[in-house]
Ligand binder design. Structure first.
Ligand code: DC
Length: 226
C-alpha cells in the first residue's frame, strides 16, 4: 500500500454515497470525509445570518470564516456547535447547492479537503473529488442510480428519521439540485477521467460495498485488510 491512498467517490444526491463511503472507510481503516456536510455547514451559517446565497463576496467570506470539524463519530461541528442534524434539512440541502456554485466558496472548501487528507488515507465523497480535489486519487468512483430510486431512498431515509416526506416534493428537490450541481460553471458534477461508473439502482448496499472494496484492492495491487 502507498503511504497515502485516496478513494474519491462522486455522484448525485441519493446515490447512496454516504452510506457506502462510510462503510468502505471503516472496512479499509481510512478516514471518511463527507464534503457535502462541509458545504451544508457553510450554507447553514449563511442562512442563519440571512445572507444573500448568491453573493460571491459575502459567501466566500462566510466559507473562509467557518470552523468546520468532521469528527470520527460522523458528527459535524460548525464553530464548535454540533450541527449534524441542523444541516440535514431540505432547506439547507438547497442552500448548500446554491452556495457551492460560487468559486470562492469552493476554493475555501477544497483547501480544507486537501488539508484533511494530507496525512491520512481517506474515502472522500462529494461532487468534484475525482475531477478537482484529487484528480490523481488512486481509486475514483462515480456512484449513480436512477432518479426514481434515488428519490425513493431519500424518502425512506427521512421517514426512518421520523420526518414526513412527500415523494413528489423530494423527487422535485433532487431534480433541482441535480440540475444545479451538474450545470454550474465551477466544478460541475461529472464523470472524472479514469473513474469507474457504478449504477447502484439494482444493488444492495452490501453489494456496492463489496464491489468497491474489490475495486480498491485491484487499484492498490496489494492486500488491504477487509
Ligand atoms: O452530498 P450532499 O447532498 O450532502 O451535498 C450538498 C450540496 O453540496 C450538493 O447539492 C452540492 C454541494 N457539494 C458540492 O458542490 N461539492 C461537493 N464536493 C459536495 C457537495
Amino acid at each position: 500500500m502507498p503511504t497515502r491512498f485516496i478513494v474519491a467517490i462522486d455522484g448525485p444526491a441519493g446515490a447512496g454515497k454516504s452510506t457506502i463511503a462510510r462503510a468502505l472507510a471503516t472496512a479499509l481503516g481510512f478516514v471518511y470525509i463527507d464534503t457535502g456536510a462541509m458545504y451544508r455547514a457553510v450554507a447553514l451559517r449563511a442562512v442563519r445570518a440571512s445572507g444573500d446565497l448568491s453573493d460571491e463576496t459575502s459567501m466566500s467570506e462566510c466559507a473562509r470564516a467557518c470552523l468546520i470539524e468532521l469528527l470520527p463519530d460522523n458528527r459535524v461541528l460548525l464553530d464548535g456547535e454540533d450541527v449534524s442534524g441542523a444541516i440535514r434539512t431540505p432547506e439547507i440541502a438547497q442552500a448548500a447547492s446554491k452556495v457551492s456554485a460560487l468559486p470562492g466558496v469552493r476554493c475555501a472548501m477544497v483547501a480544507l479537503q486537501r488539508k484533511l487528507a494530507e496525512s491520512n488515507s481517506v474515502v472522500m465523497e462529494g461532487r468534484d473529488i475525482g475531477t478537482v480535489v484529487f484528480p490523481d486519487a488512486q481509486a475514483k468512483v462515480f456512484l449513480d442510480a436512477s432518479p426514481e430510486v434515488r428519490a425513493a431512498r431519500r424518502v425512506l431515509e427521512m421517514r426512518q428519521k421520523g420526518i414526513d416526506a412527500d415523494p413528489a416534493r423530494i423527487a422535485a428537490e433532487i431534480r433541482e439540485r441535480d440540475h444545479r450541481d451538474s450545470n454550474r460553471a465551477e466544478a460541475p458534477l461529472t464523470l472524472a477521467p479514469g473513474a469507474d461508473y457504478v449504477d447502484t439502482s439494482d444493488m444492495t448496499p452490501e453489494q456496492v460495498i463489496a464491489a468497491l472494496l474489490q475495486l480498491v484492492r485491484e487499484k492498490a495491487g496489494k492486500d488491504i485488510q477487509s
